[in-house]
Write a protein that binds this ligand. Sequence first.
Ligand SMILES: *Cc1c(COP(=O)(O)O)cnc(C)c1O
Length: 384
Amino acid sequence: MNKRNLAEKDRERLENLKESLGRSRDTFLGYPVSKDFDYSELNPFLQYPINNLGDPFEEGTWKVQTHQMEKEVVAFFARLFRAQPKDYWGYVTNGGSESNLYGLYLAREMYPKAMVYYSESTHYSVRKNIHLLNIPSIVIRSQENGEIDYEDFENTLRMNRHKPAIVLTTFGTTMKEAKDDVSRIKGILRNLAVQDHYIHCDAALSGSYGAFMEPRVPFDFKDGADSISISGHKFVGSPIPCGVIITKRGHRDRIAKGISYIGSLDTTITGSRNGHSPLFLWYALKQLGGEGMKARYLHGLEVAEYCKNQLNEIGVKAWSNPGSLTVVMPRTPEAVKQKWQLATEGEVSHIICMPNVTKSQIDEFIEDLAKTEELEEEEFGFDL
Ligand SMILES: *Cc1c(COP(=O)(O)O)cnc(C)c1O
């Protein structure tokens, strides 16, 4: 093949990019992404054009795939989410957003005349997905802590009880990591006798450790969910963004159509599918197991408590929802926000203590915060 070697200056650009990615990776505290992974043992797999085309649970014609690993990843989460052993299905997606789209798609196929209910703290992907699927929807108020307002939900549902209901609950909201109680939502649906209903739980961040929380917040299949989505690159960690959708097999069977070109069922949103991410997730889950996942969570939780206490100590009113890795605080000064890449919305900023975040990073962040506040005082010449 007629290929040139990379020019010196292009090689230099790659080097610079690598350095800059490393620097940015090492100073973010504001996004829920783990970075403590080492998948180097899987490097040789970059030589294969892996494509997980088709349904992972069906035999297809294309064999350069990792369906077996994908099925094991699905099984791990199905078990974690207390699915019926004989009635679960799922696949590895491109991320939590696609997983949410899938959950809503299944729901709409089941109840084409339904109304979707979701709270104002719901992730932005949901509004777009609802628009793509063209389903009518109503936004429900959130409580101060970010959790759905159950009373507002009940009142709104009552006015529309003649329609099937699709409820999109969030297990770990984007800003405050609040968790909607699926059992309570289910109870309200039952009370109002809305028999045609579907609950999709967006558990992008917290789904991976929800089973280890004490006390636990109801969110899984036993609690009443019909489908659950998570992001693979968040708590578990992956070099490529990815996600998982888990649902009941019966829900998937309604939408399954055979496609002879691939010799499989067209049950996934995209045709060609990334076959490397299932391999990364499988590798991480094999190394960690349930115990390792729990230990990761407890470590993150300890750092989050530490962070909250240290902030309170310097007079910053930081708080967190019970069992959350996210520490919420008033909007931080711009310089601190930029340096630590803190997501900020309205008057609120947050730090997410993913398992790789250390107490010494928290100390450095707090020092920065204390310093900038002093500088601001000097500029105004007033001590507040
Ligand atoms: C991150 C996130 C998503 C979107 O997941 P992606 O993997 O980024 O597509 C959806 N919902 C919540 C609550 C999230 O935190």
